[in-house]
Design a protein around this ligand. Structure first.
Ligand code: AP5
Length: 213
């Protein structure tokens, strides 16, 4: 099974990706996570990307497209994947389309996470992520069993640097300007399915079952 997830910051793409990744045993490929790992490792790509990520701007298309091309070649992606946060521009969508055609890969589901601004702000201000395994929590909606610690690996829970109020505002602007046009792009090809992303996770599960039939 192959998925592409599109949606504004904080809409819950990563949260749903982790659920489906476990359900279908396919990798969750988040370009945000990949970039943060490069930044942490201080790789050449990380060095080039850090200022963009910290300011909530998009990393240049060429760098991200190449990173995804390499990631999709890895063996764990051969039977399926969830692309979370890519594509994010029409140029990225066109590059991905070309790559998929060349490799004769069919993406079955493109989900549009439709979330309101109020939800996005509430979710991002309470988000905590595990510094070790990347599991996603929310201080009220999806709290860990022990405050500040990951249920899965015991790692310390932290706030993402780009979840500060100013940077979230910038990320939302960038989403509207550069990523929202993809909704039309995929709608024209009749490929997009809308997910009412304001709903709680438990309410989303039956809707996902329905969409994935
Ligand atoms: P990235 O990491 O992709 O961030 P994003 O798209 O802004 O999305 P988020 O990770 O913030 O949100 P999400 O939708 O995954 O929500 P989550 O599930 O965590 O990108 C970061 C940066 O990297 C970009 O700004 C850019 O610089 C760069 N970058 C990445 N990809 C790029 C690309 N393709 N091109 C160029 N640059 C790129 O949930 C949020 C919170 O809500 C959590 O606390 C969660 O517990 C809670 N929650 C989630 N769902 C629910 C629910 N249904 N009910 C209740 N609570 C929920």
């Amino acid at each position: 099974m192959r998925f592409i997830f599109i949606g504004p910051p904080g809409a819950g793409k990563g949260t749903v990706a982790k659920i489906l990744s476990r359900r279908f045993s396919i990798p969750h490929i988040s370009t945000g996570d990949l970039l943060r790992a490069h930044i942490q490792q201080k790789s050449e790509l990380g060095r080039q990307a850090v200022a963009y990520v910290e300011q909530g701007k998009l990393v240049p298309d060429g760098l991200v497209i190449e990173m995804v091309r390499e990631r999709l070649k890895e063996t764990d992606a051969s039977q399926g994947f969830i692309l979370d946060g890519f594509p994010r521009t029409v140029e990225q969508a066109e590059a991905l389309g070309k790559l998929l055609r060349e490799e004769e890969i069919l993406v079955e589901h493109i989900l549009n996470f439709d979330a309101s601004n109020a939800k996005i702000i509430e979710r991002l201000s309470g988000r905590r992520i595990c510094s070790k395994c990347g599991e996603i929590y929310h201080v009220r909606n999806i709290p860990p069993k022990k405050e500040g610690l990951c249920d899965r690996c015991g790692g310390e829970l932290i706030q993402r640097k780009d979840d500060s109020e100013d940077t979230v505002r910038r990320r939302l602007e960038v989403y509207r300007k550069e990523t929202a046009p993809l909704i039309d792009y995929y709608n024209r090809a009749r490929l997009l399915k809308d997910l009412p992303a304001d709903l709680e996770v438990a309410e989303l599960n039956p809707i996902l079952d329905q969409l994935l039939k």
